[in-house]
Write a new protein. Structure first.
Length: 234
């Protein structure tokens, strides 16, 4: 039998509970807005921030925290135009994630219809994307003006403490225990973004499983060196 270890990717369970959400200065304002609902000054809210900053997690926490309040959670490119009237009627809050996935006039028209119905029927609309509505390149002026009228709150860049806490959480989601020295090593060398932390944890999980070894500083060093080598390729 070959000595090569086959990697069986059994997946992992992301922890999306309220206790798993890391409240920090970079997201404190967004969390405060969530906790003020339904006492918002408007019928909707826009949340924006870089990839992996916790926007989707925050929407999931909001939906779970208000159960059994009827709340719908969907992506901007996954809204069925025919289902919009029933969707608005059945839910007090409609959460629309990944606003950046809007890619055409038909999808923008559907979102505009959803927005207008929610406002007319006294429902709430929360949208999330990488950029604030004012920076989105939308084809429909009516949609642009309506989204721009919503209060907008950003999730900012994380500091070392937040990145470290996020890394520990993501490793724990995958049932991996790592030492503080590994976390410190990686945080000092990775891009200062939530996306970079997520990619590193996923890659080290796979490498650890394939090599049948714990996630250690030497393994983390291999990852950072291979990543740098990949970036240097033309």
């Amino acid at each position: 039998m070959s000595g090569t270890q086959l990697t069986l990717d059994l997946g992992h369970r992301p922890a999306f509970g309220r206790d798993d959400f890391l409240v920090a200065p970079c997201n404190f304002e967004a969390v405060a807005w969530m906790e003020r609902w339904p006492d918002w000054p408007a019928h909707g809210l826009a949340v924006f921030g870089p990839p992996g900053c916790g926007k989707s997690h925050l929407l999931s926490v909001f939906a779970a925290a208000h159960a059994p309040e009827p709340v719908a959670l969907l992506t901007a490119d996954g809204i069925d135009p025919a289902a919009v009237p029933g969707l608005v009627e059945a839910n007090r809050v409609v959460l629309v994630d990944d606003l950046d996935s809007l890619c055409g006039l038909a999808e923008e028209t559907t979102l505009l219809h959803l927005h207008n119905l929610a406002r007319e029927q006294g429902r709430f609309l929360m949208i999330a994307g990488r950029q604030p509505p004012s920076r989105l390149k939308l084809a429909l002026p009516d949609l642009s003006s309506r989204l721009n009228a919503l209060p907008a709150v950003g999730i900012g860049a994380p500091d070392d403490e937040v990145l470290s806490s996020l890394m520990i959480k993501l490793f724990a989601d995958r049932q991996l225990e790592v030492g503080a020295e590994v976390v410190e090593f990686l945080v000092k060398r990775l891009d200062r973004s939530f996306a970079a932390i997520g990619a590193a944890v996923a890659a080290l999980d796979a490498a650890s499983l394939a090599a049948r070894r714990r996630v250690t500083v030497p393994l983390a060093r291999q990852y950072t060196l291979s990543r740098l080598a990949g970036e240097a390729q033309p």
